[in-house]
Write a protein that binds this ligand. Structure first.
Ligand code: CP3
Length: 366
């Protein structure tokens, strides 16, 4: 079966039942009612799962992101186990950066480490634009996953220009992003050249995933919360908008997320998101007032809450759902990724609880 043709036909003719485009997750992204509030978790495929740790014990992180068989298996694990409403492609935000020719590694316990950090225009120009052949393993994995997942939607993703630039300029993870900000303030032309190049690369990467059949995309600007709103609007928003606006006609919802972005969520929506991801610091009703009625919200249980006794978790799930009712569409998620030490059974229980508390007997059609 050609998944490509099926996906395109579904988009052109409108969704059919059992089609991921008609799933509770995609309906909520579109601010349409559905049979229950959909739920998935950032980093649901990862170290919290023993079946993941087993597969990864002998394969390095970057290598596992380049093997379609492993990507597919790891992506499916949390869907089988937790019955979440969406799968998210197993990969990392630096995978396309490496494909664009930047020497880097993902170091266990540290994260991405770039061999020669970006400091000059020549460094920026060495970042190649990528096409499908450069990331053929992602294209193959998405096609296999779309076949395997049936009606369950697959979310594609990429890192946003600011967050990617931070790794490239700092050379690795940073608490203050001091080198990145120094470049931004000290040499705005070079900053815009770098962010613009990363935006082009990211747009191409997301188009590969959409062509292969993903049902939605999430643009992670995880570290944008380090910026003031004024600086975000000046130095970052135009580049994130280039990515999101470039997908406006692609027919799939666009989710935009960052951590510590309570002051930025309106601007992040304006960058061209259909759904704004909110971390645990901003209640979803407050977030909705800031974002406005044109966009759905995603979030926002504190990932640390999953370590509390069950009655505390249950009360907080109810609170998040109640505050999410203020939004024109709500996708339940954590406020950031699942922590590696999380008990996976708690995640399974949270999924069942969200479904049980939000089920609509009429399937949401009325
Ligand atoms: O979570 C896991 O344990 C899976 C394995 C793994 C991933 N990335 C998958 C991933 C590991 C060990 C990494 C390395 C890495 N890359 C880290 C973690 C360092 C550590 O050891 O704790 C970080 C911070 C990065 C950079 C990165 N990758 C960022 C900032 C993001 C955006 C999302 C976020 O968490 O803020 C990613 C995306 C990413 N890496 C995903 C996955 C599965 C995204 C998709 C998802 O949410 O599932």
């Amino acid at each position: 079966m050609s998944t490509d043709t099926t996906g395109t036909a579904a988009r052109d003719e409108g969704p059919r039942p059992g089609d991921p485009a008609d799933s509770p997750f995609v309906r909520a992204c579109r601010r349409e009612p559905g049979p229950h509030t959909p739920v998935w978790f950032m980093r649901q495929a990862g170290r919290s799962l023993p079946e993941y740790r087993k597969i990864r014990s002998e394969v390095a992180m970057l290598e596992s992101c380049r093997r379609p068989d492993l990507i597919t298996e790891i992506t499916l694990q949390p869907v089988r186990r937790h019955k979440v409403d969406a799968a998210i492609l197993f990969s990392d935000i630096v995978v396309p950066v490496a494909a664009a020719g930047v020497a880097l590694d993902i170091v266990p316990g540290t994260g991405p480490v770039v061999t020669d950090p970006v400091t000059t225009r020549a460094d920026v120009e060495r970042i190649r634009l990528i096409d499908r052949d450069d990331v053929h393993y992602v294209d193959e994995a998405v096609r296999m996953l779309v076949d395997e997942l049936g009606g369950t939607p697959l979310i594609g993703f990429a890192g946003a220009p600011f967050t990617l630039a931070s790794y490239l300029v700092e050379g690795g993870p940073s608490r203050t992003h001091v080198r990145t900000k120094a470049l931004m303030y000290g040499d705005p032309d070079l900053w815009h050249a770098l962010a613009g190049r990363l935006a082009e690369m990211t747009l191409a990467f997301l188009k590969v995933q959409i062509d292969a059949g993903v049902s939605a995309v999430q643009l992670f600007d995880s570290w944008a919360g380090a910026l003031s709103e004024a600086d975000y609007r000046r130095y970052v928003l135009p580049h994130s908008r280039a990515v999101l606006a470039g997908l406006a006609d692609a027919g799939v919802p666009r989710i935009h997320f960052g951590v510590g972005t309570g002051e930025l969520i309106a601007a992040m929506g304006e960058a061209g998101a259909d759904v704004v991801g909110v971390d645990w610091r901003t209640p979803l009703d407050v977030a909705t007032r800031r974002i406005g009625p044109e966009r759905a919200v995603q979030g926002n249980l504190d990932p640390c809450l999953l370590f509390a006794p069950w009655p505390v978790i249950e009360a907080e799930v109810r609170r998040v759902l109640a505050q999410g009712r203020a939004a024109p569409g709500h996708i339940f998620n954590l406020g950031h990724g699942v922590l590696p030490e999380t008990d996976p059974e708690v995640l399974t229980r949270v999924v069942a609880l969200v479904h049980e508390l939000t089920v609509r007997p009429d399937g949401g059609r009325s």
